[in-house]
Design a protein around this ligand. Structure first.
Ligand code: GBH
Length: 483
């Protein structure tokens, strides 16, 4: 009866249950095997975690590594929080075996790491430094021995400084050097690594590194030059895809990890869903859309006007070299509404009062993990998707006993995974999920002041401690379900 709770007091309810001992109480049902109806994922769903070379490795001057643009940038006064650099970072270069043991303990099925280009080619091109690939070869062997599948990113922002000195991504030549480096990696690792990503977040490193200057190399290019640099990057992606295919063992899959604009219909009605679908192409026109469609959209070209990139038909064909999977880095939802403007959609700004995590830009919108892969799969007919990054920054203050109760991160993850479960249940082809990050690390311009890890790192001692979120994620993996 619907009046049950409004008419009867809790005292009456308690008395009633005391009089009916045959009925199992709610509390009695709450044992660990029946905590809730499980939101299960398909068998074999790949639960992973991710890091990036410059953010965790340290050892920047060891074994012949050359400097990258992040060494230069982080050592330039005023560029990073506290002047923090990645000189030591998590010392993962020396501690990787212990870190793998921690991954195994968590139950990780897969680990996404990136290769530091300047370890392999200290000046970006020319002769390889064999001690460079040797580190990643040992890392891969360690992962495989622990039963963890390696997912390898070729570029997570540490461009060799020597190439930047010759123009960096403003130079077309950098694209050719990147392809040569990619082929070299495929030669040496594709016997054991089966999934390669060319770039991590082209959108971020172009806009922040070459657009507003808050990331390395710290340039503020005019729109035309910025578009041309961006064009060289998508071209480098296509050339690298071809180089990997030419050099890799059979069965290797190639993709990329992009922080697409994760369009979410502001209200779940057909008109707004349609608007979010149009926005998915147009808001990602310079990056994922040109890669998957082989053309810049008309709206993109008209929006750029005289600043549009110069390109050839042959370049577009290279850019659109077929890929096997798409990685989506997803942190925030980008709300979209229908509009009578020529574009047919409008972005809905976040009000000031919208909540955020420790990073002001990180405004949780868990429904992004439902809509973004669903819309992307339908717009571009993608058959294999990974969520290559999702996670959150938190204040993470250890208790006197050293425990970290990051309940905000746990809630964040649970809400996002619940939405991802919705998508997967509908058949959206998401095959795996990588939480960012496995451990606290060097958060670029925010230095060590901003923590994204599910393991707490004491950077003075290099001690790693699982946070509540690591214990949470362990349950997700063990049950293959939202916990
Ligand atoms: C990812 O970027 C990166 O791949 C990873 O390396 C990083 O550690 C992680 O996320 C967490 O940040 O300073 O206000 O201009 C996520 C997307 C886009 C987030 C740019 C930071 C800068 C915002 N990033 N954004 S602001």
């Amino acid at each position: 009866m619907s009046t049950r709770f409004s008419r009867r007091t809790f005292a009456q309810l308690a008395a009633a249950s005391a009089l009916a001992p045959a009925l199992p109480s709610f509390a009695a049902k709450l044992d660990s095997s029946q905590s809730s109806t499980p939101l299960s994922f398909p068998k074999g769903f790949l639960w992973g975690s991710a890091t990036a070379s410059y953010q965790v490795e340290g050892a920047v001057k060891e074994d012949g590594r050359g400097p990258s643009i992040w060494d230069t940038f982080s050592h330039t006064p005023g560029k990073t929080h506290n002047g923090d650099t990645g000189d030591v970072a998590n010392n993962h270069y020396h501690l990787f075996q212990a870190d793998i043991a921690l991954m195994k303990d968590l139950g990780l099925k897969t680990y996404r790491f990136s290769i530091g280009w300047p370890r392999l080619f200290p000046t970006g091109s020319g002769a390889a430094n064999p001690r460079g690939i040797d580190f990643y070869s040992r890392l891969v062997d360690g992962l495989l021995a622990a039963g963890i599948q390696p997912y390898c990113t070729l570029y997570h922002w540490d461009l060799p400084q020597a190439l930047e000195d010759k123009g960096g991504w403003q130079s077309r030549d950098t694209a050719d050097h990147f392809a040569a480096y990619a082929g070299y990696v495929a030669d040496h690792l594709s016997d054991r690594v089966k999934h390669f990503m060319t770039f991590n977040e082209m959108h971020s490193f172009i806009d922040l590194g070459y657009g507003n200057g808050i990331h390395a190399p710290g340039l503020k290019l005019a729109p035309a030059a910025l578009n041309q640099a961006r064009h060289h990057v998508v071209l480098a992606h296509g050339l690298a895809v071809q180089a990997i295919r030419a050099h890799a063992k059979p069965g290797v899959k190639v993709g990329l990890a992009e922080n697409i604009t994760c369009t979410v219909p502001v209200i779940d009605t057909p008109e707004h869903v349609h608007a979010a679908t149009i926005a998915m192409r147009e808001e990602n026109a310079g990056y994922l859309n040109v890669i998957l469609e082989g053309r810049y959209t008309d709206l993109f070209l008209s929006r750029q006007g005289a600043a549009a990139p110069k390109f050839t038909a042959a370049e577009l064909k290279t850019i659109a070299s077929p890929i096997d999977f798409v990685g989506i880095n997803c942190y925030t939802a980008d709300f979209v509404r229908a509009s009578t403007s020529p574009a047919g959609y409008a972005m809905v700004p976040y009000p000031e009062s919208y909540p955020h995590m420790l990073s002001p830009w990180l405004r949780p919108g868990p429904e992004a993990l439902y809509w973004a892969p669903k819309i992307a799969a339908s717009v571009w007919n993608i058959k294999e998707i990974y969520i290559t990054e999702n996670g959150a920054s938190s204040s993470d203050i250890p208790t006197a006993e050293g425990a970290v109760y990051d309940t905000d991160r746990v809630c964040y993850l649970r809400n996002y995974l619940t939405q991802l479960h919705r998508a997967v249940s509908e058949g959206v082809p998401v095959r795996g999920y990588f939480v960012w990050s496995f451990m606290d690390n060097y958060e670029w311009a925010d230095g060590y002041g901003t923590r994204f890890g599910i393991h707490y790192v004491d950077f003075a001692t290099q001690k790693r401690t699982p946070k509540l979120s690591a214990h949470y994620y362990r349950q997700v993996i063990a049950r293959n379900a939202v916990a």
